[in-house]
Design a protein around this ligand. Structure first.
Ligand code: C2O
Ligand code: CU
Length: 517
């Protein structure tokens, strides 16, 4: 499958028809500050969370799979299909979603259990999908390699080890079509929890809430518009949270834990509360930090996750608190993109459970040492003749740009040489720590934690360190502005030798051959 050129993308949109089901694809044009979407008032629709998916089967037979010892396995089924939902108040929009909804259902797994997730593609012909579980150290054949397709009418079972508690997400990764497919709705939360975390006195259950941020553009009839402004970026004039435009959420007078994911195509956010109260950062891409860090504002690039605690306990009933989005370079701001959602303090939300003070310590974070690194590699993210490239090169599945020994610690230096752009860089398979940003120590909330995606601002450079493993094989690294990723800011590295081929090892099978779990 070759990548789509813009011309072909337009053609696909036209052929498939049904403007409610497919985003309309528009040629590059510029928008006024008021945007193009129908004018609706922020904070009109109630907040909602995506449903939690139940396994279709579970067994508790302890098993092993390579280095993993599982206490049992949970089996899930997810179908990729079109659906309709109210995103903008008063309008019905078509999406392509996991089980037909955007965001897809949330999967919640206890650490140490294996999951087998059967993904079935029931989308219209000509739309192969690829599923990547972003933040899981998956074997190469289950990592959503960009050319490991599930064609419509096919399915693939993905096996995941769930060996580390964290907030991650699953999303489409089809070569040259990731931005379009994620924008259509193929993305959802996946949460791994362990006892250590559950025993900490952190807000739980209804007070532990995922927030999926994503901006969109709509046409006058409410259908979704895809416009990447000439393969550069997609900047929506409507901010959605969990698939709802600027929702309002009733909150009790107590602490909440929010698991924030920037699931946007190209927009970064600088989050702050209208009251000036802090967001207390307790976790990031790869789970809880060592200690909570209060911040007045929080920058979050695409695919990054930050877990924050907000304390509503000292507000009066009826207080309205807005989660704001302040300006950042490169973003295109519209009239209402400076707000995300609103919290309305409401005592009826209080279920009477205790609200203990936050623990001062959340866990132990091992710090990787620079002196233990076997080598340093340099990666330049830039633009070449209108093309997005890494070290001057475009994606080529036959080329491997770094061969890393299994178990080696390496430092990767990331340069953003494209002045005028920012790139959130994602390295598959490994968790990383930031050594420095422009030669200076990283921000307080970027230290003493693990991450898999890194905001690299215009002309910034970053040094990150990781131990490469636990699996051998080929894995991708790319910019998570998925428009850049598609055209063509993506490369691959190989860990160890003789890893399983990501495409040939466990290819998708036709639905007729599907066996029951
Ligand atoms: Cu979230 Cu390679 O992607
Ligand atoms: Cu980029």
């Amino acid at each position: 499958m070759k990548r789509l050129s813009r011309r072909e993308a337009l053609k696909i949109g036209a052929l498939a028809g049904g403007s409610l089901l497919l985003p309309t694809l528009l040629p590059h044009r510029s928008f006024a500050k008021s945007g193009v979407s129908p004018k609706t008032k922020p904070f009109t629709l109630p907040f909602r969370v995506p449903p939690v998916l139940q396994p279709v089967k579970s067994n508790d037979t302890p098993g092993s799979n390579g280095a993993q010892n599982f206490t049992g396995t949970d089996y899930y089924i997810i179908t990729h299909k079109p659906g309709m939902q109210e995103i903008l108040p008063g309008y019905v929009s078509g999406v392509w979603g996991y089980n037909g909804i955007f965001p897809g259902p949330t999967i919640k797994v206890p650490e140490g259990r294996q999951t087998v997730i059967r993904h079935i593609n029931q989308l219209p012909a000509g739309n192969p999908t690829v599923v990547h579980l972003h933040g899981m150290a998956s074997l190469p054949q289950y990592d959503g390699y960009a050319e490991d397709y599930i064609p419509p009418g096919y399915y693939k079972d993905y096996y995941y080890p769930n060996d580390k508690a964290r907030t991650i997400w699953y999303h489409d990764h089809a070569l040259g079509k990731t931005a379009l497919n994620v924008y259509r709705g193929l993305a959802g939360f996946y949460i791994v929890q362990n006892d250590l975390e559950l025993n900490l006195e952190l807000p739980k259950d209804k007070y532990d809430v995922p927030l999926f941020l994503h901006d969109k553009l709509f046409s006058a009839n409410g259908s979704v518009i895809y416009d990447d402004l000439g393969e550069t970026h997609l900047m929506g004039d409507v901010i959605t949270v969990n698939g709802v435009a600027w929702p309002r959420m009733k909150v009790a007078r107590r602490k909440y834990r929010f698991r924030i994911l920037n699931g946007s195509i190209s927009r970064s956010y600088r989050l702050a509360l209208s009251t000036g109260e802090p967001l207390i950062v307790i976790g990031t891409d790869a789970g809880l930090r060592a200690t909570p860090v209060p911040v007045k504002e929080l920058k979050i690039g695409m695919a990054e996750r930050y877990e924050v605690v907000i304390d509503f306990s000292h507000y009066k009933e009826g207080t309205q608190i807005v989660l704001q989005n302040r300006e950042l370079p490169i973003n295109i701001d519209y009239d209402d993109t400076n707000v995300v959602m609103r919290f309305d303090v409401d005592d009826s939300e209080d279920d009477g459970t205790l609200d203990p003070p936050l623990p001062g310590k959340l866990g132990d974070i091992e710090i990787l040492q620079e002196k233990d690194a076997k080598r340093t590699r340099e990666w330049r993210f830039h633009r070449n003749n209108g093309q997005w490239v890494i070290n001057g090169k475009v994606w080529n599945k036959k080329r491997i740009d770094a061969k890393v020994n299994l178990g080696d610690i390496e430092i990767w230096k990331i340069y953003n040489n494209a002045g005028g752009w920012f790139h959130p860089i994602h390295v598959h398979l490994v968790d990383q720590q930031i050594l420095d940003r422009n030669g200076k120590p990283p921000l307080a909330y970027e230290r003493n934690c693990w991450k898999d995606t890194f905001y690299v601002g215009p002309n910034e450079s970053l040094r990150i360190i990781a131990k490469y493993g636990p699996h051998k094989g080929k894995y991708m690294m790319h910019c998570h502005n998925t428009v850049h990723e598609d055209f063509d800011m993506m490369t691959q590295f190989e860990v160890g030798y003789g890893g399983l081929d990501p495409v040939a090892t466990a290819p998708a099978q036709p639905i007729e051959k599907m066996y029951p779990f």
